[in-house]
Design a protein around this ligand. Structure first.
Ligand code: ADP
Length: 320
């Protein structure tokens, strides 16, 4: 609902008051609006590095080239900005493929403990540089899971690289995986479990967990189907939860509701200086959704952040 208030003053008639216009914004208009916002954001995000590149190229042209040290520094800036633009365009293409379902899942039996150890290994250099300790904890008995390895690796890479970016030197990162069991009436239970898994989130966190889980119904149905297909009925695990937890700077509560939005960043300058594109969490959410799962984030300012995603287990090794 859009409310427009127009104050009126007609001194000559001795009237004063307000005209209130209530407009029902249809879903169509909302979509149109978010599309416009998206295009504006993309343009802005591309324009910023382009402007920088242009001015540094001009400075080189106007004499900086003659001073070797300065020239090299300016070339370095141009390279960094170009790399950022490539990352941005790569992320945008990836998102657009996910949006138009042109990235069909290629599920394969994946060894979960191995996959998580490998993410930690991929980032070991970056973590060592910041003296960040990492641990990987996988519940006993979790072995292989049927998922798109490349895509889930991308989710994990985004989450772990965020955890490193937004954690101060000497911090800790914990990657964990555990089973989630469906209970009687599993539909709601799973949602609640997930909210709990996300770590005793406050109301806002829970609301967000729900919002983030728009894929919800499908995922839950699959989860239930998977659990009912098992011999033990409801005792079988229905899903696997994976979390990446850090002891970093955290996110203010007021930002939690929008944190999965495209280009939403708590601190634009900080994200930029870390090389961020503002699309990492949106991409993660789309990939998890495509797996029929949900993702949620819980955070305490100056204490740390936990991102948890839940993937419904598919039995029989058949693609979803
Ligand atoms: P970016 O490329 O800016 O990191 P993301 O979509 O990955 O974009 O994340 C969006 C924003 O969420 C970040 O800019 C940052 O403000 C916040 N954020 C994400 N992960 C964390 C984290 N682990 N700790 C603190 N803030 C985070």
């Amino acid at each position: 609902l859009r409310v427009t208030l127009t104050p009126i003053h007609r001194r000559e008639h001795g009237i004063s008051g307000t005209i209130a216009v209530l407009q029902d914004i249809t879903e169509q208009e909302r979509l149109e609006q978010s599309r416009r916002e998206f295009v504006a954001n993309v343009s802005h995000e591309l324009r910023t590095p382009l402007t920088t590149i242009k001015s540094y190229a001009e400075a080189l042209d106007e004499g900086a080239l003659d001073e070797r040290e300065l020239g090299l520094r300016f070339v370095g800036v141009i390279r960094n900005e170009t790399e950022r633009m490539i990352r941005l365009v790569t992320d945008l293409l990836h998102l657009s493929r996910l949006d138009s379902n042109q990235a069909p899942l290629r599920r394969q039996q994946t060894n979960m403990p191995e996959m998580l150890e490998e993410v930690a290994d991929r980032f070991s250099f970056q973590m060592r540089k910041k003296a960040i300790r990492v641990s990987v904890r996988v519940e006993d008995g979790i072995t292989t899971v049927w998922l798109d390895r490349d895509q889930i690796d991308q989710v994990l890479d985004n989450l772990v690289s965020n955890a490193i970016k937004y954690t101060l030197d000497g911090g800790r990162i914990e990657i964990a995986a555990w089973r989630v069991h469906a209970r009687a009436g599993g539909v709601d239970d799973q949602g609640r479990m997930q909210a709990r898994a996300a770590g005793e989130a406050g109301d806002q966190g829970r609301m967000q967990a729900r919002a983030a889980g728009e894929a919800g119904d499908q995922g839950r149905m699959q989860a239930r189907a998977a659990s009912e297909a098992g011999d033990q009925g409801r005792q079988e695990p229905a899903a696997i939860a994976i979390s990446v937890k850090d002891t970093g700077i955290g996110i203010p509560k007021r930002d939690l509701g929008r944190i999965f939005d495209r280009f939403y960043r708590v601190d634009k300058a900080r994200s930029r200086s870390m090389g961020g594109t503002g699309l990492g969490l949106s991409i993660a959410r789309e990939i998890v959704k495509a797996h029929g799962g949900t993702i949620s984030l819980d955070s305490e300012l100056n204490e740390g952040t936990t991102v948890t995603f839940v993937l419904p287990l598919l039995t029989g090794g058949e693609p979803a």
